[in-house]
Write a protein that binds this ligand. Structure first.
Ligand code: BTN
Length: 340
């Protein structure tokens, strides 16, 4: 059932991509419904329906019964055909499944991964009603942000799955810094900060057998074009948004394209983790600082000195170096704790 739906969606999407492409390429003139329907081999009614769908999605399209349709302005929403128009990837985002509203992109991506969809499939939503954070927390995901989950099927052992979080954090921090005038950093293991405030979080979930990964769902949430008012006031000293920091909105379509391209570039280096780490360390907020780690069993204070080959955080505690794979990290000087 899911497979059939998937096939139908793919077919529709490639037609939609073509209509949108033609509209973009001909913004200086009108395209008649007949011309579009002949070029694409679909009925004029289908074209008309799709034009209405685009209008509902916020696109401004002029039309006249005599001359046809003309695209005036697009809308900065995350329709797959819009993201795919200028997407330069081979795997990541070749399939994009879009929702205006969803409970959690991670939950849907997990179901799709279990049903066998291709590696690189991305589930994206304008808004999440029950966005999931780490440790069972809720993750605030209003309109204007980027909420997406990427399905990966790396040929690695489950113990190396944390590499996906390194890939995502590096891709996010690079994309944020490229597209907005901020200096974001990575707080180990999966938060992105501007200053001391969280602007993005990652939740990686896995389906695996004992010695091999079946799928990873890498969920990424980025607080982009919305104000702090969307958060409970108690979080205002812990979280931020790009819009709050810069007063400017970033094109979300461009952001997603750049992010997916970065993910793919870094993912190709999966088996060369040293190289990923080298790049990652340049953006680290954690290394070189005194940290407090709340793991399930204990609370430890020490200096974060490095990342091990297996992705663990190395912390020097009383002249001994200890390894941590997960846990809440806070910086001692501020009692910082991740919000959102
Ligand atoms: C955290 O900071 O605790 C992790 C947050 C992860 C949020 C993203 S938004 C897209 C994806 N879908 C979810 O339900 N969660 C992740």
């Amino acid at each position: 059932m899911l497979e059939k739906e998937g096939e139908a969606m793919k077919k529709n999407l490639s037609r939609r991509e073509k209509v949108l492409d033609l509209l973009y390429q001909n913004q200086d003139k009108y395209l008649s419904g007949e011309e579009l329907s002949n070029k694409l081999g679909v009925s004029r009614t289908s074209i008309w329906k799709y034009i209405n769908y685009l209008r509902e999605a916020g696109y401004q399209i002029e039309s006249s019964s005599k001359v046809g349709y003309r695209l005036i302005t697009s809308a900065d929403n995350l329709l797959p055909e819009e993201i795919k128009r200028n997407l330069n990837t081979e795997i990541i985002g070749q399939e994009i499944i879009y929702y205006k509203e969803i409970e959690s992109t991670n939950d849907t991506a997990k179901r799709l991964a279990q049903s066998g969809v291709d590696e690189g499939t991305v589930v994206i939503a304008e808004e999440q009603k029950r966005g999931k954070g780490r440790l069972g927390r809720e993750f605030c995901s209003p309109l204007g942000g980027i909420w997406l989950s990427c399905i990966l099927r790396p040929d690695i052992k489950p113990t190396l799955a944390t590499r996906a979080t390194y890939i995502a954090s590096l891709a996010i921090v690079k994309t944020i810094n490229k597209l907005s005038a901020v200096d974001a950093k990575i707080k180990w293991p999966n938060d992105i900060l501007i200053g001391d405030k969280k602007v993005s979080g990652i939740l990686t979930e896995m389906g695996a057998e004992l010695d091999r990964v079946d799928y990873l769902v890498v969920g990424m949430g980025i607080n982009l074009n919305f104000s702090l008012d969307n958060f409970d006031e108690s979080l205002h000293n812990k979280v931020t948004t790009i819009y709050h920091e810069t007063g400017k909105k970033v094109s979300r379509v461009e952001f997603v394209q750049a992010l997916l391209e970065e993910i793919e570039r870094i993912y190709y280096k999966l088996n060369n983790f040293e190289e990923i780490l080298e790049e990652w360390k340049a953006y680290s907020y954690t290394l070189g600082r005194i940290v407090k780690i709340d793991s399930k069993r204990e609370e430890i204070i020490g200096e974060a000195i490095d990342i091990a080959e297996d992705g663990a955080l190395l912390v020097k505690v009383d002249d001994k170096v200890r390894k941590f794979y997960s846990g809440e990290v806070s910086l001692c000087h501020q009692g910082f704790n991740s919000g959102n």
